[in-house]
Design a protein around this ligand. Structure first.
Ligand SMILES: Cc1ncc(COP(=O)(O)O)c(C=O)c1O
Length: 373
């Protein structure tokens, strides 16, 4: 049996006819940029996240960039963020001339550690970017306390976590801004690149809307320097169709995770691997189902691939050790939890439509591997 890491065609089949009608009407109307579908998506997400405004933008990366620009982040500023995340989280900070300051992660959730954040705050710190990695919320009470005590802005990187909750409140609604990605593989993916910014702050919302269109509130009158950060209609129409199923899809992911947890529990007891945790008061949406395999990660990966089971490592090299950030002078050993975890994680197939047989097959193959070592 072949099990793909991700198969988007299974979900697409459920919405294909609706999507095709929309695509035809967009082409018939020849209305491609920032039209009614983008408005509808912004309204849908506003209600879903329970925030004052949502601004559709061109990608998750641009959501981060535009949010940081709206807060005036630039040269001489420091931004604290995890090193164990996708490159865009720190890349957007560096592109503005600000300095990324990497904090270590919690060994259980793999999310940024509030204790380490506090150690890294200086007079130059302007913003903290917590990342709700793999779909598990960051401990937002602590983050918001830090924000208050030190007067720092919080920009949530919510790219992997649409629908996840901390104490019953959706991620993306805590900070001054939250950033979503609609990259096709995300829990709410588009048919290309797309993203959105959520905010409860009127000023941030106005600025982000301006920056998205080259800093102009009134067409051809530019108050600030922005960029082309617009979301297009085809993307928004497709995302709106997928949005109707977001709760069902996230629940399906949670069910799949529960099955894996159960099937792999023996190996967890033997400490051969560790299944993902869901902390009290947290709702995990399992963008990734990521196990931790202390000694045999790479061998297990090879074994699964040989048996035609998709699996991947997110992320094999933490950002503080990437060549692009060598100018920051981080040395190996400077973020011990991050370095340990990145050498042990392995993500297994999880997506709406993954069958019971496939989940069983993946789990049995993992058990087989451990029988032979
Ligand atoms: C944690 C994180 N931040 C930011 C991004 C950037 O999003 P995008 O690929 O839509 O630019 C991604 C997704 O790729 C992500 O996983």
């Amino acid at each position: 049996m072949k099990v793909p890491m991700l198969d988007l065609t299974r979900e697409y089949k459920r919405i294909k006819s609706e999507v095709m009608v929309k695509v035809e009407s967009i082409f018939d109307e020849q209305s491609f940029i920032l039209g009614k579908h983008v408005k509808e998506l912004e309204e849908n997400l506003k209600t879903y996240l329970n925030v004052r405004d949502v601004i559709g933008v061109s990608s998750g990366t641009d959501a981060l960039l535009i949010s940081l620009m709206s807060l005036g982040v630039g040269e001489d500023d420091e931004v604290i963020l995890p090193s164990f995340t996708f490159f865009a989280t720190a890349g957007s900070v560096a592109r503005l001339g600000a300095r990324p300051i990497f904090a270590d992660i919690d060994i259980e959730t793999y999310n940024i550690s509030p204790d380490d954040i506090e150690k890294k705050i200086t007079k130059k710190t302007k913003v903290i970017v917590p990342v709700h990695l793999y779909g598990h919320p960051v401990e937002m009470d602590r983050i918001m306390e830090i924000s208050k005590s030190y007067g720092l802005g919080i920009v949530e990187d919510n790219a992997q976590a649409i629908g996840s909750e901390y104490k019953g409140k959706k991620t993306g609604s805590f900070g001054i801004a939250g950033c979503l990605s609609f990259y096709p593989t995300k829990n709410l993916g588009g048919a290309g690149d797309g993203g959105a910014i959520s905010t409860n702050d009127e000023n941030v919302s106005r600025k982000c809307r301006m920056i998205r269109v080259h800093g102009a509130e009134k067409r051809y009158y530019h108050d600030v320097i922005g960029l082309n950060g617009r979301l297009d209609e085809l993307q928004a129409a497709y995302i709106n169709s997928r949005f109707k199923r977001i709760e069902d899809n996230n629940n399906e992911r949670r069910e799949i995770a529960k099955k894996y947890n159960y099937l792999l529990s023996d190996l967890q007891v033997k400490e051969l691997l560790f299944t993902p945790v869901e902390k009290t008061n947290c709702k995990h949406v399992y963008h990734q189902y990521t196990i931790r395999v202390p000694r045999y990660r790479d061998k297990l990966r090879e074994y699964l691939l040989k048996n035609e089971i998709g699996c991947d490592i997110y992320y094999p090299l933490p950002l503080h050790l990437q060549k692009a950030f060598s100018y920051l002078n981080y040395k190996e050993g400077s973020l011990p939890n991050t370095e340990k975890i990145s050498s042990e994680v392995l993500s297994l197939p999880i997506f709406p439509g993954l069958t019971e047989e496939e989940i069983m097959f993946v789990s049995e193959t993992i058990k087989d591997f451990f029988k032979h070592i």
